[in-house]
Design a protein around this ligand. Structure first.
Ligand code: NAD
Ligand code: IPM
Ligand code: MN
Length: 354
């Protein structure tokens, strides 16, 4: 029997609340499947760990995490710790050191999910955003010069490598080819004359290897407008790290809210573990109240199972989420219901095992 080792980093705020639901669904599915098992190990890394030890995770953490098949992460961030310290000490190093260069974020409006757009049907919002996840605006190369003087300067450089652009674009093209979908590249070559002109050039070059795939290019400002005015035009979207971050929160807003938006940080070669997480943060405004929506965290379990090759379980979980949304009996307050976080996983498993 195949056994998958999963490192669980529940993290801060609502992280532990939503992760528990995802873990329950993962264990429930493994029990139903009977051909694979999951072995979980919890790591207490996060802001409380920082407040106690002065670091977000210990120096050997990446060596320990490397041995796992996947990492399941809740959220990182607490008002008591500066965000650049907490994220720069845990989430971002895992993505970068484990070369999780693909950040796969479905933006799919399920039946029954709320949508603030007028005249839009679920089938009109069905895209997958392939966000570059290893470099770009997140390379964190820069400096602060002349601190605390009137001449103070902050520099932050985007890093766009040929290899980095090509690999994320190829991933998007392969995905589009397999699913017979178009690819839209989103960039900003009109203002960013080095990085984004380069991105556009590599997109054109890579596209020549995929003459069967329909391609489109948009500037990020227009793309943001079209996410709202005409989301149907997007199928596979490929974009840089920062643009992908911003556009996927917008994507969440049009496809049911932050409580439904999942993400997978993939190292496609499987040299390192991939990491699965909801795209939302630690939501300090609702933490500790058991009202956080765990469906995004559960959807990222569906992504994990798909990555492991269990597409049928992935689809079953997403279909069960859709059924829950349509029935409207067991939903958290962000979706208009009155259920508590811990009620969602059992309701979902009931549907799955039916
Ligand atoms: P956030 O995503 O935590 O919250 C934004 C809004 O969405 C809040 O009103 C929150 O209540 C709501 N929300 C988010 N997830 C929800 C859920 N599952 N159910 C119901 N409502 C939900 O973003 P923020 O407030 O900008 O950031 C809070 C902290 O989280 C910061 O420290 C930030 O740096 C961090 N953050 C971490 C991650 C991550 O770990 N992957 C992602 C984003 C933000
Ligand atoms: C996300 C988050 C992170 C990002 C932050 C917390 C560093 O917003 O996963 O979308 O910007 O990538
Ligand atoms: Mn984000």
């Amino acid at each position: 029997m195949k056994n998958f080792k999963i490192a669980v980093i529940a993290g801060d705020g609502i992280g532990p609340e939503v992760i528990q639901s995802g873990v329950d669904v993962l264990k429930g599915v493994a029990a139903l499947d009977k051909t694979f098992s999951v072995e979980l190990e919890h790591f207490p890394y996060g802001c409380n760990y920082y407040l106690e030890h002065g670091c977000m995770m210990p120096p050997d953490a990446l060596d320990r995490l490397k041995k796992f098949d996947a990492i399941y992460l809740g959220a990182v961030g607490d008002p008591k710790v500066p965000d650049n310290i907490s994220l720069g000490g845990l989430l971002l190093p895992i993505r970068q050191k484990f070369d999780q260069y693909i950040n796969l974020r479905p933006v799919k409006l399920l039946n029954g999910a709320p949508c603030p757009l007028v005249g839009v049907k679920p089938s009109d919002i069905d895209m997958i955003v392939v966000r570059e996840n290893s470099e770009g605006e997140y390379a964190n190369v820069g400096a602060r010069l002349y601190p605390n003087t009137p001449n103070e300067i902050a520099l932050q450089t985007g890093v766009f490598s040929r290899r980095g652009c090509e690999r994320v674009m190829r991933y998007a093209f392969e995905l589009a080819r397999r699913s017979k979908k178009s690819v839209t590249s989103i960039s900003k070559g009109n203002a960013l004359g080095y990085s984004m002109v380069f991105w556009d050039q590599i997109f054109d070059e890579t596209g020549r290897e995929y003459p069967d795939v329909e391609t489109h290019k948009l500037l990020v400002d227009a793309a943001a407008m079209f996410f709202v005015r005409d989301p149907k035009r997007f199928q596979v979207v490929v974009t840089s790290n920062l643009f992908g971050d911003i556009l996927t929160d917008l994507g969440a807003a049009i496809a049911g809210g932050m409580g439904l938006a999942a993400g997978a940080n993939l190292n496609p070669e499987k040299k390192y573990p991939s990491m699965f997480e909801p795209i939302h943060g630690s939501a300090p405004d609702i933490a500790g109240k058991s009202i956080a929506n765990p469906l995004a965290a559960i959807w990222s379990i569906a992504q994990m199972l798909e990555f492991f090759g269990y597409d049928q379980w992935s689809s079953k979980i997403i279909n069960a989420i859709e059924k829950l949304l349509v029935e409207k009996k067991t939903l958290t307050p962000d979706l208009g219901g009155s259920a508590r976080t811990e009620q969602i996983a059992p309701a979902l498993l009931d549907i799955i095992s039916d």
